[in-house]
Ligand binder design. Sequence first.
Ligand SMILES: *Cc1c(COP(=O)(O)O)cnc(C)c1O
Length: 398
Amino acid sequence: MAAAEESLVPLFDVVLSDEAIGAVEDTLRSGWLTLGPRTKAFEEAFAEHLGARHAIALSSCTAGLHLAYLAAGVGPGDEVIVPAITFVATANAARYCGAKPVLADILGPHDVGVDPADVEARITPRTKAVCAVHFAGYGADMKALRDVCDRHGIALIEDVAHAPSATLAGFDTKLGTLGLAGAFSFFSNKVLSCGEGGLLATDDDGVAEQVRSLRSHAMTSGTWDRHRGHSAGYDVVGLGYNYRMDEPRAALLTARLATLEDEIAQRRAHVRRYRELLAGIDGITVPYRDDEVERSSCYVMPIMVDEPGLRDPLRAFMLEQRRIQTSVLYPAIHEFTAYLSDSHGDLPRSERAARSELTLPLFPHLSEADQDRVVAALADGLAEVAPQPVPAERSEAR
Ligand SMILES: *Cc1c(COP(=O)(O)O)cnc(C)c1O
């Protein structure tokens, strides 16, 4: 078939059930639009699903990271260690606190999680927290990171944006419950999504109380309490934010939570099939091990192109010749303009990943035929395209 006649295989696609849409419609008809009974119901359902003491719905995961860092005591002049390969929010939230995000290297092409040894090497007297990112839904090495953080007396935060319902070998509870606090994202392309939204999970009563307060301008009561006559007035007891979630989104999330495990099971089946099909293709590395797929939420399907110069021409070939969308997760943080002014030390494995990573289409209703098209396009592209120069890596290889 000619390229123009083929339909696009999107990187990601969302399909909402009639139940989910109906839940939003009911909410709109209820006349109560923000922070009310549906938000509370979602928080209770998510806390139970996770096995966490507290789940606090927020406007975004970025808000959750900001409040988690504040709860860890991060302030001006402090440092927060985050991986160099993550969405920029993980680092930006440290800057919101007036702190410096210190970037640590990832383990390598087989595991994009942060390297605990490199984290430890970057600890200074100003380090207040470490944030682990569970890349693509695969748990970071929380055992080693906990050990490092405990020895140095610093807080361990989880960026769980990719990994709702994921687990890790050696731990009984889900990701997002393994540190002081876990920040989840419900952004439209995430595993559980509502458009814009987030949540902070914690087992710490003090952290939960602080986050509930800061979510809504550190006011001593909310409008829902006042509406129900529980409280006449309010005081403002600190500098808080408007990080509230609204009711239609909470209703959508509660409805979608019911099918989350099924959707993750579909994602895992696609990932297992990808791994089988990709095993026969030379010139790429597929991160993570087969046995880790069962514990992952399988947010995205990352691969590493062994020759970085082929990555961008390959992406162009797949889109233009075969109508396959791909993306890059992620450019390295220290190579963004806004981060060039900080000093970062060497981050060679992150720079290599930023030049070689390519993310293939993955969503629950991806068809086998489309998956076959993706794999064929990748194999043909690797055989056809010529390498292009890539930006020089800045770090000494280690
Ligand atoms: C999406 C994402 C975020 C930010 O989530 P928002 O809900 O959009 O604020 C943070 N960290 C990672 C790793 C992400 O992928």
